[in-house]
Ligand binder design. Structure first.
Ligand SMILES: Cc1cc2nc3c(=O)[nH]c(=O)nc-3n(C[C@H](O)[C@H](O)[C@H](O)COP(=O)(O)O)c2cc1C
Length: 187
């Protein structure tokens, strides 16, 4: 359905455990508001939107964190619901993970998590990006900390257990939000 049939309002959802995807969703929401596109970021662990709510949005935005190689389960369920819509609004998808700290791994072709989730749900997102998250070893339990330190060691990242680094590129988030706002005027 062309977006001109819908009032410009983004349906903005996030899936998070440690809060970085929520912060990214809130940042996107502020930027969209500046472009005249209202949105209310919603936590998919608390809310599972009805099909009618999704269908009436002019664009759907999902910001979803990766844990142990997969997007969080509520994000997966959300994408299944989106996929079952008869006439889905355009989808803007942001995968939040640590491999995206490397610039070559911020696109749907370069980022394996993003590429796989698109393929598994047979999506055709209008926009798809991978955004780097946060590494904060002190937040993690002992087992998670050791495993993530090992992954970081394998991929040339920091292994000091005191490390707390926000890798998120806020200019990249701004650019993503700008492109979402631009989708409103395309159809
Ligand atoms: C238990 C755990 C597992 C993770 N697994 C991965 C992973 O497989 N690949 C990756 O790139 N990042 C991984 N990360 C990094 C997270 O994606 C990153 O910390 C992100 O900011 C988390 O988003 P959130 O704060 O919204 O939960 C993992 C983090 C944790 C705590």
């Amino acid at each position: 359905m062309p977006t001109r049939d819908r009032r410009p309002a983004a349906a903005l959802y996030y899936a998070t455990r440690d809060g970085q995807s929520r912060r990214i969703a809130e940042h996107i929401s502020r930027r969209l508001a500046e472009s005249g596109v209202p949105s209310q970021p919603q936590d998919l662990r608390v809310t599972s939107p009805a099909a009618a709510e999704l269908a009436s949005a002019s664009v759907i935005v999902l910001v979803a964190a990766v844990r142990y190689g997969k997007h969080l389960p509520e994000a997966d369920r959300f994408l299944s619901a989106y996929r079952s819509l008869a006439s889905p609004p355009p989808l803007a998808l942001a995968s939040v993970n640590l491999t995206a700290r490397k610039p070559a791994k911020t696109t749907a072709t370069g980022n394996a998590y993003l590429r796989k989730v698109i393929a598994r749900h047979r999506l055709a997102p209008a926009l798809a990006v991978a955004i780097a998250g946060r590494l904060d070893y002190r937040r993690y339990g002992w087992r998670d900390r050791q495993i993530i330190r090992f992954i970081m060691w394998m991929t040339g990242g920091p292994t000091d257990p005191e490390t707390n680094i926000e890798y998120t590129s806020w200019p990249a988030v701004d650019e993503f939000a700008g492109r979402i706002a631009g989708l409103q005027n395309q159809n």
